[in-house]
Design a protein around this ligand. Structure first.
Ligand SMILES: Cc1ncc(COP(=O)(O)O)c(C=O)c1O
Length: 446
């Protein structure tokens, strides 16, 4: 009997009781290797003493102050450290407690920026199909994923969706990657023109598409060309780095690898590494100065923005990443994981594509490798993979609707940054038979 309203209301949940590096332990003593860091969160694993000690120290000193009245040393130090980690041009931190919350804040910052700038008519947001930016009304309204929107569609503010950058499915055989990037940038340009350039507030995109399509990195040049189009029309570019940020792809922000500085970037998940709920909007100086010289305050705020204990956790996470040089490990283990997956699954008849950046990796499953035909959504292959992996002591993050929002399956791997070669081997050794078992169980001929 439970009084907790869990997400799944018909399924009993195992009870997690402890953690040991990249492993979670349940109440029966069973150990699970966490190849997804929960949902891309626990980047330091489940027993990072540097973070739990920092939290304990902070709660003894001062747990919380109201952000309308005070700042704290720990919040200032956290913001300094975060700005130091991020590309030049993102010099301000608006802290929060979760990805969706901060994504809503970023949308409102864009609206307020244009309003202060004498362009209050810029109210439209353009994002991409197959995207996920969060479950609050604002964040969901710019999310392109059909399944996640479905139930709430009529209540969502209208936004505009264009094509994602999905090379495996959408680049034509006769097209170079550069030409494909240019085609997508042209699509954004045409859409802004169609909407009326002075009505568009911002373009929103995940730097690496995460949970809804299984780690799809952009093609080279894609974001550079997209940013050029945004600049041409005075449209802000909001990078959703909630999953891909904080070191997950081998640089602190993934967008650094695309040679672009967004106007706003949102980070969450790995920021507090799961030890505290923590997120942040990274804001360019242009936006802050415009608001500072206008109304002088951001028309938005939550009770827990700038929470001292969460900031202590965030600071300790950044320090741990730096001291242990974990971004090097992310790059090395990410490359190794892709190699091992290719060795083991590269010729599998139902593995269509293995891709990723750093330790954000996707395996896309297909009915037919030649045609890339996905499995039907109702087959729920992803769910069977999750169950088969769970039974083997592997936590992974399978998803559905990969191909078009309804059909298709993938497995997302986003293990903690602290993994070593043995952990990579264990993950691949447990994933491969889980995929085969799920295919057999759900019937190969769907
Ligand atoms: C890319 C992306 N954006 C936004 C969110 C929403 O963040 P949260 O669940 O912390 O509200 C997620 C969560 O999975 C995400 O992966």
């Amino acid at each position: 009997m439970t009084h907790v309203m869990h997400r799944l209301l018909k399924t009993p949940y195992p009870r997690a009781v402890g953690g040991d590096g990249p492993y979670l332990i349940d109440s029966t003593g069973k150990r699970y290797i966490d190849s997804a860091s929960g949902a891309g969160v626990s980047c330091l694993g489940h027993s990072a003493a540097s973070v739990s000690d920092a939290i304990a120290r902070q709660t003894k000193e001062l747990g919380y102050v109201y952000n309308a009245y005070f700042t704290t040393d720990v919040l200032e130090r956290f913001a300094d450290a975060l700005v130091e980690m991020t590309p030049q041009g993102l010099d301000w931190v608006f802290p929060g407690s979760g990805g969706s919350e901060s994504m809503d804040g970023a949308l409102k910052l864009a609206l307020q920026f244009h309003d202060e700038n004498g362009q209050p008519q810029r109210r439209k947001f353009i994002s991409r199909r197959q995207s996920y930016h969060g479950c609050t009304i604002g964040a969901l309204s710019v999310s392109g994923n059909r399944m996640r929107r479905m139930l709430f569609e009529k209540f969502l503010p209208e936004t505009i969706q264009i094509s994602p950058c999905y090379e495996y499915r959408d680049r034509r055989v006769d097209e170079t990657a550069e030409a494909y990037s240019q085609r997508l940038a042209n699509e954004l340009d045409a859409e802004i023109e169609r909407q009326g350039p002075d009505t568009v507030a911002a373009f929103v995109a995940e730097t690496v598409v995460g949970a809804t399509a299984g780690s799809i990195p952009p093609t080279p040049d894609y974001f550079r060309l997209i940013k050029k189009v945004c600049e041409k029309h005075g449209v802000l570019f909001i990078a959703d780095e909630i999953l891909s940020g904080c070191g997950r792809t081998g640089t602190y922000l993934s967008i650094e690898q695309d040679g672009v500085t967004p106007d706003l970037a949102v980070v969450a998940k790995g920021l507090g590494a799961g030890y505290q709920p923590l997120s942040a909007i990274l804001v360019s100086d242009k936006i802050v100065q415009t608001i500072a010289s206008g109304r002088g305050f951001f028309f938005h705020g939550h009770t827990y923005n700038g929470h001292a204990t969460a900031a202590a956790a965030g600071l300790a996470v950044i320090e741990t990443i730096r001291e242990r040089k974990l971004l090097d490990n992310v790059r090395n283990m990410g490359a190794l994981m892709i190699d091992r997956l290719n060795d083991r699954l590269g010729n599998h008849p139902h593995v269509g594509n293995i891709r990723g950046r750093g330790l954000l990796i996707g395996v896309e499953l297909v009915q037919d490798r030649a045609t890339k035909k996905p499995f039907a959504g109702e087959r729920m292959l992803w769910n069977a993979i999750q169950k088969a992996a769970f039974a083997r002591g592997l936590l992974c993050y399978p998803g559905f609707g990969t191909a078009d929002g309804v059909d298709g399956d993938h497995v997302l791997l986003a293990p903690p940054f602290i993994i070593n070669e043995d952990h990579v081997g264990e993950i691949v050794d447990k994933l491969a038979p889980s995929i085969d078992e799920a295919l057999t169980q759900t019937g190969k001929a769907a």
